[in-house]
Design a protein around this ligand. Structure first.
Ligand SMILES: C[S@@+](CC[C@H](N)C(=O)[O-])C[C@H]1O[C@@H](n2cnc3c(N)ncnc32)[C@H](O)[C@@H]1O
Length: 377
């Protein structure tokens, strides 16, 4: 019962107070003496119920006379339905444990509705409800990836991510590791990571032996780069991470001096929906339009830092065509002389403006990338 009660408490913080599930869940679990399996169950209940909110509301609302129920009841109904529909928990266990975790006055209602959910087939009114995404997001990825691929990608991103650990112990999605590989940094090279925080890619590049200048606009987040670098790089690591907080559009660095420049640009983050369960309900359509000019400006600014013969790498952890193709088109328009490089490895599929990792095929976060080489000397 403690597991369900804690999961409900966390769901209310996400639903009602706008907390980020991927931050609040690990933080709250740190303070408990729960066993490993119980922690995993709390995480699964909160993440899964949050991701599948739209689908679960459909399952539940069929049996509510008035869908305006108070937030703790709504959270319990969704969580119960999640266990029935997604975790395939036996009905008796799913219903009784959920009912036991809600206030006494709501138990009758939660019990009655969940029993009905358990006894009825889910016949979805449409794909967007089944996949549990907002209409605009379904339309956007359907337009960008095609209907079949968008569905497969959403289905993958509705499941928990595969956790991957680097040899140095840093937990990092394999998609991000593939971006580090794509930078193709060599030991001893000078690398600028222009949007570096929290430092996943900077530390990966330093582990290869590169001398990394890691800069980020946010001072607080820049500190995280330093903390992460201290945690994973030891004295024997040949590479280094030098942290600088600053706006990538106005970097106080000598131009034309880096062998590799990575712009891991701020983006809509639609490729990491597995990892950030509430993101789909948070991101708005207008964000994409707002981000593209910033992404293009950062890429242009990064270009000035690349040494002759060096490489410029642009990456985003999203799947929209606009956030890859538009900044790249602008760069190529301004610098027609630069060479566009091919796919970094087989995992990357051709996309407008560059290459993409699609989660359904790679079991990674979704990413976009484009790479360029400057003429030598
Ligand atoms: C996708 S995240 C970077 C993730 C990081 N590369 C990693 O692998 O851990 C994008 C970053 O861009 C930073 N950012 C946003 N605007 C920026 C700007 N104008 N200049 C530099 N960094 C910026 C944000 O603070 C955020 O940390």
């Amino acid at each position: 019962m403690a597991v369900r009660r804690l999961a409900l408490e966390l769901l209310l913080r996400v639903d009602e107070q706008g907390a980020y599930a991927n931050l609040v869940v690990p933080a709250r679990l740190t303070g408990t003496d729960m066993s490993g399996p119980d922690r995993a169950l709390v995480t699964s209940l909160v993440y899964g119920t949050t991701r599948m909110r739209r689908a679960l509301d459909f399952l539940v609302d069929r049996f509510l006379h008035d869908p305006e129920v108070e937030p703790p009841v709504r959270a319990a109904l969704r969580m119960g339905a999640f266990q029935l529909q997604e975790l395939k928990t036996p009905p008796h266990a799913a219903v009784s444990t959920t009912v036991g975790a809600v206030p006494k006055r709501a138990r009758g209602l939660v019990n009655a509705v969940l029993r009905k959910v358990a006894g009825a087939e889910a016949s979805w009114p449409d794909e967007v409800t089944r996949l549990s995404v907002p209409d605009w997001l379904h339309d956007q990825l359907t337009a960008d990836l095609g209907a079949e691929r968008a569905t497969a990608v959403f289905e993958t991103m509705n499941r928990p991510p595969t956790v991957t650990e680097r040899p140095d112990g840093y937990i990092q999605d394999r998609g991000s590791q593939l971006v580090v590989d794509a930078v193709d940094a060599q030991p001893g090279q000078r690398v600028l990571d222009m949007c570096a925080a929290p430092g996943g890619k900077s530390t990966g590049l330093a582990a290869i032996g590169a001398r990394v200048v890691a800069s980020d606009l946010s001072l607080t987040r820049s500190r995280l780069v330093a903390v992460n670098a201290r945690a994973v790089l030891d004295a024997d690591t040949p590479g280094r991470v030098h942290v600088v907080a600053g706006d990538g559009l106005r970097l106080p660095l000598r131009p034309g001096t880096f062998d590799r420049v990575l712009v891991d640009a701020p983006c809509s983050g639609l490729g990491s929906l597995r990892r950030r369960p509430d993101a789909r309900w948070r991101i708005d359509e207008a964000a994409i339009e707002r981000l593209v000019p910033l992404q293009a400006a950062l890429l242009e600014s990064a270009m000035a830092q690349v040494a002759p013969g060096g490489m410029l790498v642009y990456s985003v952890c999203t799947l929209t065509n606009a956030e890859l193709a538009a900044p790249v088109a602008q760069l190529l328009h301004t610098h027609p002389g630069i060479e566009t490089l091919g796919a970094p490895s087989d995992e990357w599929e051709t996309a407008p403006g560059g290459y993409r990792l699609l989660p359904d095929r790679t079991d990674t976060d979704g990413m976009g990338i484009a790479r360029f080489r400057l003429p030598a000397g």
